[in-house]
Ligand binder design. Structure first.
Ligand code: ZN
Ligand code: ZN
Ligand code: FE
Length: 760
């Protein structure tokens, strides 16, 4: 009988692929084997010619929901003699590896979880071939139980049966377990386990307490999201006065009651990745301090069985359907993943810790997603998405470690044309995060079986990420931050051509030693030129000025108003006379002062001038509130058009200082700050678009790429994109890779792929 060897490449591990192959074979009467080879699944199939054809078609096209077959290699082989169809134990082979992200609990498991007659009734770790933890419990590839942290829990007879029989939903499900053999939940430091522990946690939440809960990729801090006192207490304990908290809601009905849900959003909320999605807040029942002064709230649905049980448990406790679920970490430090860290670091933020004994090997924060133009617009790419690779068309033979940016760090491992962007690591100002970066890099290299030949990092002389990169002892490529933002956008869009890059960002180290961040760059995958920027201003006060927009505002007012600056600053309430003089002396003598073209700081300054926020309590707060004011104005004034008569650019710089001056005058003349906030966005977009048009005429480039943290601002993004498209540009934006520094590592890795492969 004819026989085939079929190799399937892609996301074929940890998604029920082998059972799927086995079932397909059984249904057609195909004989043979299927094996997990680490980088691919290998099938030997024996059967009639027509049957084999159908079999191959099914393998390529009717794959399980979470599987992706990227390529298939089908070869005829010499006749074999199989008696049945079997799944054979995994062997280790090298090659391109696809590690599945963690998958939210599926509907069938959810049903069983609440089915009194099911043997996994209320089992906090229920999972199946289609769902459950993956990356976070994985020790090594290929993905098999003995290489996950579930190896500590020997299967009971019944689980073993399901695990080894193709007709069950748990055939080959590596984390399979049940109430008899699975992990256990408990309250840390107390002798309270199982049902008792869950009930105590639920009662405590409803009594207004704060608890820490171990999830899939780390701990959450949790309280009743409708209890203002509890939410406020959490704010005080975490020293987090303003930054919004994410809310986990029981189900879609709850979400619809509390939030506006746009078309397409439900699919992402209920999908298997279960990110936090930013939704429009309705006048609902959430405590006001969940997201103060913010028209949106970050919402997710429960994605782990324990979270479902917190909402729903047969213990008579009347439970809230909205729970705060914020990362269990010290601000800036990595999310806690074991009891010791949780006790030490977040023990003082909560009243008790609900934990369990399944180990988390790799941290995974919740992913955070905004929404733009009917599509997701990623803010933090982590659980559910990492470490799926970005694949580009450009071929290479190179293994790369891209260490990423200093804020919102992720790193990226490049293996030929596959670029594996890591889970979220965090902000490198905290030494614990730096250590977490080292560990995660090590672990991911092992998991992906990569030995990097080159390391890529930022060019900032003082970054901790650069120090980590230097420790690697590899040839090092240091790249300019804002160029890398554009490379990241190019990589996500799989573009290898010349583009005009609008890199609007917080701050980054420029090639001239000044601070950059509002840049217009001519880029290709090999190099870039700085074609223009916003108008430089003096950034006085070092680090403080990145949180205190009023300091930037004072300098912009000085630049715009000369001798009148002091009285203007006083009228605006930016600072008193003494502070003004001190700021002026420091700027004039260049004490603790740098020249800056940071777009993020420009937004902060305008926010301060318009009396919206003079300083930020979390990164981006001032700019965000400026955006909200502009959007609120736009909503109430449909059809309004900004009319600006000033110059848009002057030589190589956008005329931003003059724009700020004119907005300041109008503000002092009593005009509405919402309108001024809107005009600021509109004119800045116009400036950028006009400048791009001029560049396009000079260079012939008709593609623009928009990246950098400031493009999380959806109003600026929309206005800029519209103007560019109206001028005939093709506009590239991000979608599943963040525009902020969380996407930096991808750009770095893409550069290495395009430039550092000696064979090309
Ligand atoms: Zn399931
Ligand atoms: Zn069991
Ligand atoms: Fe940046």
């Amino acid at each position: 009988m004819p026989s085939l060897m079929i190799r399937l490449y892609g996301i074929v591990q940890g998604v029920g692929f082998r059972p799927f192959v086995s079932r397909a074979a059984d249904s057609l009467g195909v004989l043979g084997t299927v094996a997990n080879k680490g980088s691919y699944v290998e099938v030997f199939a024996q059967g009639g010619k027509d049957v084999l054809e159908r079999f191959v078609h099914i393998l390529k096209n009717d794959t399980p929901e979470r599987a992706v077959v990227i390529s298939a290699d089908v070869r005829e082989i010499e006749d074999t003699d199989f008696a049945d169809f079997q799944i054979i134990e995994s062997e280790k082979e090298t090659g391109d590896i696809f590690v599945s992200p963690d998958i939210a609990t599926c509907d069938k498991c959810r049903q069983e979880l609440f089915d009194k007659n099911d043997r996994r009734y209320l089992h906090p770790f229920i999972n199946c071939t289609q769902c459950g933890p993956r990356l976070t419990i994985l020790e090594a590839m290929p993905y098999d139980r003995e290489r996950t942290t579930m190896h500590e829990f020997p299967m009971c007879e019944k689980c073993e049966y399901e695990y080894t029989h193709a007709h069950t939903r748990r055939y080959d499900a590596q984390p399979v377990c049940c109430n008899d053999c699975g992990p256990q939940v408990y309250i840390v430091g107390q002798d309270i386990k199982g049902a008792e522990a869950i009930t105590l946690a639920r009662k405590s939440i409803m009594d207004g307490r704060i608890i820490a809960v171990k999830g899939i990729g780390g701990f959450h801090l949790c309280c009743d999201a409708k209890n203002e006192a509890a939410v406020n207490r959490l704010r005080k304990l975490k020293t987090r006065p303003q930054k919004p908290f994410a809310v986990m809601m029981k189900d879609m009905d709850t979400v619809r009651r509390e939030c506006g849900v746009l078309e397409g959003q439900e699919q992402f909320l209920t999908g298997y990745q279960k990110p936090i999605l930013l939704l429009e807040k309705k006048a609902g029942t959430l405590a006001p301090s969940i997201s103060p002064d913010n028209p949106t709230v970050g919402v997710m649905l429960p994605y782990a069985p324990l979270q479902m049980l917190l909402f729903d448990y047969p213990d008579g406790v009347e439970m809230s359907d909205c729970l705060v679920m914020t990362s269990g970490n010290v601000s800036g430090a990595p999310i806690c993943r074991n009891d010791e860290d949780a006790q030490k670091e977040i023990g003082s933020y909560c009243d008790m810790i609900l934990s369990h004994d399944r180990k988390i090997l790799i941290r995974a924060d919740d992913s955070v997603m905004d929404w733009f133009d009917g599509k997701p617009y990623m803010i933090r790419r982590s659980r559910g998405f990492a470490p799926l690779p970005v694949m580009v068309s450009r071929k290479a033979n190179l293994q790369t470690l891209a260490i990423g940016g200093e804020l919102k760090n992720t790193f990226c491992i490049g293996k030929n044309e596959l670029l594996y962007l890591s889970s979220y690591v965090g902000d490198m100002a905290d030494i614990r995060t730096v250590q977490a970066l080292r560990e995660s890099v090590q672990r991911m290299q092992e998991l992906l079986e990569v030995t990097p030949e080159i390391c890529v990092c930022d060019m900032h002389p003082k970054y901790n990420t650069v120090a980590v990169a230097e420790e690697m002892g590899l040839p090092l490529e240091k790249l300019q931050h804002h160029y890398v933002h554009i490379l990241s956008c190019m990589a996500e869009n799989d573009i290898d051509e010349k583009v005009i890059g609008l890199s609007f960002d917080g701050t980054g180290y420029g090639t001239d030693g000044t601070i950059w961040g509002g840049e217009i760059l001519l880029c290709d995958t090999h190099s870039f030129g700085r074609a223009g920027s916003i108008q430089p201003f003096k950034q006085v006060g070092g680090d403080a000025s990145s949180k205190e927009g009023w300091r930037i505002a004072v300098q912009l007012v000085r630049d715009g108003f000369g001798e009148d600056a002091q009285s203007v600053c006083e009228k605006l309430g930016l600072c008193d006379e003494k502070t003004f003089k001190l700021q002026s002396v420091m700027a004039d003598k260049n004490i603790n002062t740098v020249l800056s073209t940071s777009a993020g700081r420009l937004f902060d300054a305008v926010s301060a001038i318009l009396g919206i926020r003079s300083a930020s309590t979390f990164e981006g707060e001032s700019s965000m509130c400026l955006e909200f004011a502009a959007e609120a104005f736009e909503k109430q004034n449909r059809g309004y058009k900004t009319d600006y008569s000033g110059a848009l650019y002057d030589g190589r710089t956008l005329a931003t200082t003059e724009l700020v001056r004119s907005l300041t005058e109008r503000y002092l003349a009593g005009e509405d700050k919402g309108q001024l906030a809107y005009d600021f966005h509109a004119v800045l977009a116009q400036m950028a678009a006009e400048f791009c048009k001029k560049l396009s005429e000079e260079t012939g480039i008709k593609t623009a790429a928009l990246s950098g943290g400031v493009f999380q601002n959806k109003l600026l993004l929309r206005l800029t994109k519209q103007l560019l498209e109206a001028s005939g540009f093709r506009v590239l934006i991000h979608e599943l890779v963040p525009a902020n520094d969380g996407g930096i590592a991808l750009g770095q890795a893409y550069y290495a792929l395009c430039n550092c492969d000696n064979e090309n």
